[in-house]
Design a protein. Structure first.
Ligand code: ZN
Length: 277
């Protein structure tokens, strides 16, 4: 299985150039690039063409742009800004050859009915699908396992994707988000595996549902997530996409970036080897 590195893992102790060099050195196949902070920082002193030239000359490749955030249930003005951001991301993805754009649903304290959330997500994702169709870029919806995220379980996200029913719209399955709001293995069993575009691997301290936050993530295999259950289903269903390690732990930001990048790969590989993936 191909391995990717998500830049959240070294959010506070690295930058894009450093992540690229270290990921290449340690044998990652892909990188997920953060477009809200790490890419703009890189572009202060270089261009997208420089980045593309880098990818052309090395073994590591771009996997996804992270992320188009909070795209559903927005005001008209917010929605127009989201569409413009997405158009810019499509151009970026085209320039550097990134095959996916990750889309994250609205996180809010405002209460929306599930039906309103579903309707808005379907409508926006259909429009994004149309905009992306001239590009070689797919949209990966990432549900977030937190009570304030409007789409926070696999089953809710999958219903949206099913109704959108476009080849270029699928899911990110993040093991932390799957665990954090109690998504069920039987729901994963029901998923058409071709609709899972990217898997985020991670683990977490054992806090109850509703209390878990991204900062609780730990090295894969060292926490409470049933990675065996998740990966045995992915294996059985023939998942052959990329597995991307994504941690947000403040403790790990105090470590040297190379130590983190090395250990993230090692712990991920240990889990995947154990699962026979
Ligand atoms: Zn994720």
């Amino acid at each position: 299985m191909k391995l990717a590195f998500n830049q959240a893992t070294t959010l506070k102790n690295s930058n894009l150039s450093k992540d690229l060099n270290l990921c290449e050195k340690h044998g990652y196949d892909f990188i997920e690039i953060r477009t809200m902070d790490k890419l703009p920082e890189y572009l202060e002193t270089a261009s997208l063409e420089d980045l593309n030239n880098y990818f052309q000359s090395t073994t590591i490749k771009p996997l996804a742009l992270n992320a188009l955030v909070f795209f559903n249930n927005q005001s008209k003005e917010q929605y127009e800004a989201t569409i413009q951001t997405f158009k810019d991301m499509l151009e970026t993805a085209k320039t550097i050859g990134a095959p996916y754009i990750v889309a994250v649903p609205l996180v809010t304290k405002e209460k929306f009915l599930k039906s309103e959330i579903h309707k808005s997500c379907v409508s926006v994702l259909k429009e994004l699908s149309t905009l992306a169709s001239p590009y070689e870029v797919k949209i990966a919806l990432e549900f977030v396992g937190h009570p304030e995220c409007t789409v926070n379980t696999l089953s809710q996200a999958y219903k949206i994707i099913e109704e959108v029913n476009c080849d270029n719209v699928g899911l990110v399955l993040d093991c932390f988000h799957f665990h954090a709001m109690g998504s069920r293995l039987e729901d994963l069993q029901k998923v058409d595996i071709s609709k899972i575009f990217i898997v985020h691997i991670d683990d977490t301290e054992d806090f109850p549902i509703g209390f878990l936050t991204d900062e609780d993530r730990v090295w894969p295999g060292e926490g409470a997530i049933d990675l065996q259950g998740i990966f045995s289903i992915l294996k059985e269903k023939g998942y052959d996409g990329v597995v991307s390690v994504e941690l947000f732990r403040p403790d790990y930001y105090n470590l040297d970036a190379e130590v983190v990048i090395k250990k993230a790969k090692q712990t991920t590989n240990n889990v995947l080897t154990k699962m026979g993936v």
